[in-house]
Design a protein around this ligand. Structure first.
Ligand SMILES: *Cc1c(COP(=O)(O)O)cnc(C)c1O
Length: 488
């Protein structure tokens, strides 16, 4: 054991670590001791390389495949941002350093990145200040609702019980509001796909703490009555919460702050091209306007008079710590590099091309699939497979068919408001050739569904696993199955 250790990382760096004289056997409780030797495979380096290379190739990723997963904005993650995140000045920095006495001066660059990234996000969203701490969109939602609660508490608004959420909302919205202690009022959408204004008015009372909205909403539609909604919510001293998952559609064109929102979360891993999927890493910075600034989590990053950056803990109204250290720093750094390289005009073009690509697919697929809302869409287009389902081919079957074509399925069965929903978000980073290839596969699926619907039930045919019980797979994940070298 000692030998192996000294040859390992610490050993290579010349660090001599103390090795205990007490034999492990007598130090550990009997029940934890191994009774027979571990069955470690004895394989050559080449076998190991092949094993892991094969495993990596099973990964369905943006780098390898078109990934039009609606609402998730799975855009290309440029490789130069990886390079920036790997620079030793950032990557080797100890996260405790800025908190230690006198340590700040060694972390000026990193603090500057946090400070400047906040400023860019303020400008982009029309907010006054940001916290970069939340580690995902959902975490940002919880943070935002806690800020909302702190606001009502400070104002003595004791009767605030409800958060309004449109029925098209992402499940994390009502969940976050419920975790923060609010009850949920769900407001239905109208025929155009936007929140029904009359139904909103009907449920609006003094007891409403705020409203959570995705804008453009998860139907891919921009709500033309957004300012009226903000006026209504503010009339009962409610807070307007902006779920930023769809910012990609309006980046550089419209700012949530100007639309009447008081608090915003962004998903850097969606709009700002940082990697995601498989549960992380994420980053969900939260921005606020004047009303909520004093409640932001600590620590806050400040620039002092002398131009030096520091951490500031002196905020007595703060909701406190929301994450360890300063958030997902490596992700924030990638997003900041992405913003700098694109600049103001580049960011705006991002949104323009995302919307153009989605409308191109809407136009190409409209003759073959029912559209949920027949209008120009924003950055994602929404179809329904309800007609095909009558023939026994459901949205999930179309998804499985696409997998065999090496295309990641679009989002299916979300939003819940549309039967057999197929929600496609191509993003701005795809070429016309890729969009055409996808459209042709989708069109072929319809033809096949009409001629031989039964074949769909065995798709996908080319994958190591075909149709797992998805709930069971999520709850009782068996990663060993995938690791088996003989697994197809
Ligand atoms: C992705 C998403 C979220 C949650 O964001 P995470 O970063 O996955 O936690 C919330 N709302 C909408 C509309 C989303 O698409």
């Amino acid at each position: 054991m000692k030998l192996i250790f000294e040859q390992s990382v610490a050993g290579r760096r010349g660090v001599k670590l103390p090795v205990s004289d007490v034999p492990a056997k007598s130090a550990l409780p009997q029940q934890y001791l191994r009774v027979k030797p571990a069955q470690l495979p004895e394989v050559s380096e080449l076998d190991v390389v092949r094993h892991f290379t094969r495993l990596s190739q099973r990964n369905f990723s943006v780098d390898a495949n078109f990934y039009p997963l609606g609402s998730c904005t799975m855009k290309y993650n440029p490789k130069f941002t990886e390079k920036v995140a790997g620079m030793s000045g950032f990557a080797d920095l100890h996260p405790l350093l800025p908190q230690l006495k006198g340590g700040e001066k060694y972390a000026q660059g990193a603090l500057e990145v946090l400070f400047e990234c906040e400023r860019w996000l303020c400008e982009i969203t029309g907010m006054k200040a940001y916290t970069m701490q939340p580690l995902a969109g959902a975490h940002g939602e919880l943070t935002g609702i806690m800020l909302m609660a702190a606001y009502h508490k400070a104002k003595g608004n004791k009767n605030k019980k409800y958060v309004i959420v449109p029925d098209s909302a992402h499940g994390t919205n009502p969940a976050s509001a419920a975790v923060a202690g609010y009850s949920i009022i769900s407001v239905p959408s109208d025929k155009r796909g936007v929140m029904d204004l009359e139904k909103l008015k009907a449920v609006l009372t003094d007891e409403v703490a705020g409203l959570m909205m995705t804008c453009p909403d998860t139907h891919g539609v921009f709500n033309p009555q957004i300012d009226e909604i903000a006026r209504l919510i503010h009339s009962v001293d409610g807070i307007m919460y902006y779920d930023g998952a769809n910012l990609n559609a309006i980046l550089g064109r419209a700012r949530p702050g100007d639309l009447g929102f008081d608090v915003v979360h962004l998903n850097l891993h969606k709009t700002f091209a940082t990697p995601h999927g498989g549960g992380g890493p994420g980053s969900g910075p939260v921005g606020v306007g004047e009303k909520l600034e004093r409640f932001l989590p600590i620590s806050r990053v400040i620039r002092r008079q002398d131009g030096k950056y520091a951490l500031d803990y002196d905020h007595s109204d703060s909701i406190g710590y929301i994450a360890s250290f300063y958030g997902a720093f490596g992700i924030i750094l990638r997003a900041y590099a992405y913003m700098l390289i694109l600049g103001k005009e580049g960011l705006r073009q991002t949104a323009d091309h995302a919307v153009l690509n989605a409308n191109y697919l809407l136009y190409r697929l409209k003759p073959y699939y029912q559209v949920a809302f027949d209008r120009v869409c924003m950055h994602e287009c929404l179809f329904s497979a309800a007609k095909l389902a009558e023939k026994g081919v459901h949205a999930i079957d179309i998804a499985k068919f696409l997998i065999d074509r090496n295309i990641h399925p679009p989002t299916v069965y979300f939003p819940l408001t549309v039967k057999e929903a197929i929600m496609i978000e191509p993003t701005e980073t795809e070429s016309k050739a890729t969009l055409d290839e996808f459209a042709e596969a989708m069109i072929e699926a319809v033809a096949l569904a009409r001629s031989t619907p039964d074949v769909f039930h065995s798709f996908p045919l080319k994958m190591p696993i075909s149709r797992p019980d998805e709930v069971k797979a999520a709850r009782e994940m068996n990663v060993n199955f995938f690791a088996r070298p003989d697994a197809r």
